[in-house]
Structures are given as C-alpha cells and as structure tokens.
Design a protein around this ligand. Structure first.
Ligand SMILES: Nc1ncnc2c1ncn2[C@@H]1O[C@H](COP(=O)(O)OP(=O)(O)OP(=O)(O)O)[C@@H](O)[C@H]1O
Ligand SMILES: [Mg+2]
Length: 194
C-alpha cells in the first residue's frame, strides 16, 4: 500500500510511529498484536527485529562498513552467528544484484546500489512488514523504477507487506491500495484491482 499526501502532512512521522521508531504522545500503536505503549525501548527494538524492515530515502547505510557488513548488522543484532550472518547477507546482496559489490563501502557504490544494499538489509531478517519512506526519492527516474521493481518483486516473493510513502504518482499507482494523509486524516483514496 502507498501513503501519499502533501509535504509536511506527517507521512514520515506516521511511518516512524507504525514501525516503532518513534512513540506517539497520544493513542496506541499495535504492531503484530503487540501494543507498543507497554514496551520499553529495548522491547520495542526486539519486537521490530525480524518483524519490521525499513528503507529510507537517504539509504542510511553505515559509511564505515562494507555492503556485506551493513546487511549482516541486523542479523548480528538479532544474535545470529557471524558465519551464518555472512552467508545470509551475501545471499541477499546477490539477490538484489550486488554479488560483485560485497566488499564495497557505501561511498564506492552508486545511489541505486546503495538503495539495493538498504533493501537487502531490510529484507535479510524476513520481515512481515516492510516500510519504505520515499525509497526512490533520491534516485533518477530509471534507477528509481528499478528499485520499485525490486521492492514489488520481493513483496510478491516473500509475502512481506509493503507500506510505502511516496510523492511519485507512478509508484503509488503500482500499489494495490492508496491512502492519502492530509490535515491529520488518513483516508483510502484508491483501490486497484490490477
Ligand atoms: N521530531 C519532530 N519534532 C517536531 N516536529 C516535527 C518532528 N519531525 C517532523 N516534525 C514536523 O511534523 C510535520 C510532519 O513532518 P513529516 O516529516 O512527517 O512530513 P512528511 O509528510 O513526511 O513531509 P515530506 O513529504 O516533505 O517528507 C512537519 O510540520 C514537521 O516539521
Ligand atoms: Mg517525509
């Protein structure tokens, strides 16, 4: 599903709340049956692990780590052994087309390659939900389309629910459902049967 709406409407804020990266002043967020308000920051991080992946407009890779190490990180944080994490991260990087870039640092990768690395990092823990905040916003049109293709392909292959925020109408129109956030209200504005 896509969330669209004017700049400043609160789309990024909403996504961060839904993913448990931020906490609301009022109201309750329930993620996969877990009410966040009952959880400490550590427990929220645990609840996110393996359940939620996040892709940002600005990639947010750690500059000092290689592509492989960036993708290994969420696995290592979840307690997976280095050996298994390495194998799984390498498998995911090859799945997103970066088998030849495992040992490159982010600054040696193009924007599209950095976003592919970020997509691999988001999917490596087999999340049930994948949040993406303007995942193509920093990319030229063609590169952006290849990232969109990748996200929809992985959405279909893994069954992870894809929830993305975008200003790109073409990208939004590829989603099954489109919600608009405006003046504090989230309303479904389109359902595509295709
Ligand atoms: N940490 C914060 N503290 C206070 N206000 C904030 C914070 N983060 C964002 N805001 C404000 O909340 C409003 C919503 O911001 P948000 O980034 O969620 O909008 P957006 O819909 O994602 O916009 P854009 O399309 O430009 O990315 C804005 O007015 C913003 O200035
Ligand atoms: Mg935003």
């Amino acid at each position: 599903m896509a969330i669209v709406g004017p700049s400043g409407a609160g789309k990024s804020t909403l996504l961060a709340l839904l993913a448990g990266l931020d906490v609301p002043n009022q109201g309750e967020i329930t993620l996969l049956g877990q009410p966040f308000s009952t959880l400490s920051e550590d427990s929220r991080a645990k609840a996110r692990q393996g359940a939620v992946g996040f892709v940002f407009q600005s990639f947010q890779l750690l500059p000092g780590l290689t592509a492989l190490e960036n993708v290994m990180l969420p696995l290592e944080l979840a307690g997976v052994s280095v050996r298994d994490a390495k194998a799984k991260a390498a498998e995911w990087l090859s799945r997103v087309g970066l088998a030849e870039r495992l040992n490159h640092r982010p600054r040696m990768l193009s924007g599209g390659e950095q976003q592919r690395t970020a997509v691999a990092r988001a999917f490596v823990t087999d999340p049930a939900l994948l949040f993406a905040d303007e995942p193509t916003g920093n990319l030229d049109r063609r590169t952006g389309e290849s990232i969109s293709d990748l996200l929809f392909q992985l959405n279909a292959d893994t069954g992870a629910t894809l929830i993305l925020v975008t200003h790109d109408e073409r990208l939004a129109s590829r989603c099954e459902r489109i919600f608009t956030l405006d003046e504090g209200r989230l309303q479904e504005t389109a359902t595509c049967s295709a």
